[in-house]
Ligand binder design. Sequence first.
Ligand SMILES: Nc1ncnc2c1ncn2[C@@H]1O[C@H](COP(=O)(O)OP(=O)(O)OP(=O)(O)O)[C@@H](O)[C@H]1O
Length: 245
Amino acid sequence: MYAMAPPDNDVLWARSLHYSLGKSVVLSDVSLSVREAEILALVGPRGSGKTALMHCLSGQAVAQQGEVWFNSGPVHTMTAAQRERLRRERFGWIDPEPGLVPELTAWENAALPLLLRGVSHRAARTSAMEWLERLDIGGSARKRPYALTQSQRQRIAIARSLVTTPSVLFADEPTASLHRADGAQVLRTLMAAVRSHGITVLLATHDTEVAALADRTVALLDGRRVGTAAPTTGAEGVAECSLSV
Ligand SMILES: Nc1ncnc2c1ncn2[C@@H]1O[C@H](COP(=O)(O)OP(=O)(O)OP(=O)(O)O)[C@@H](O)[C@H]1O
């Protein structure tokens, strides 16, 4: 028989992912659904498979077994070029470290995804500036990364991930490299921004305080889903149960 299609109201849906890298089993039988505009925290200790799961969900990697669907279309059967296009056009990604281009200014770094799409210089600059201002670094827009603090650089990387207003934002320990107070402030700004744009977020973290900002939490341990952490509202847990097959 044909594989079952995912529920319509899920933006991302993964079923029975088994993923190995070399001899190590990184994900075992992981299933997950993410609803439109939901902020879902992926929690677990280092090495539990959070990054690997986000790689599979975003089409950066393809699990050896299992399915990934985005907006009711299969991702696991796409070619590498189709998956690249999907990531460029629909997804945003934040790494723990900013990864900026040292030769470009803050606004040029933030505008890069738009410039590479062929958006005009002026329009790209306007959008980048809006996001930089929202992240409280508009005043540093003309500076290069070496002249900025790590916290400012990470804000630029966050602005770059949002400048295309992606459908789904994958945030991998987005504030792990920041001091605590700084990280908390950046995270609050990020959460407010994604909520106001209805962006769906997967937030990988080993920090329970960070995860507490999400709508729902999925816990991983050694590549497996473990008892879903207590949801902040009872309804989330119920909704999740009713979706499982
Ligand atoms: N290229 C690789 N080859 C073999 N094993 C790998 C490779 N990359 C990651 N792994 C293993 O996969 C497992 C999951 O790693 P992953 O980075 O997804 O975990 P994580 O929960 O995101 O941890 P962290 O918080 O450290 O990023 C780990 O046991 C890791 O050692």
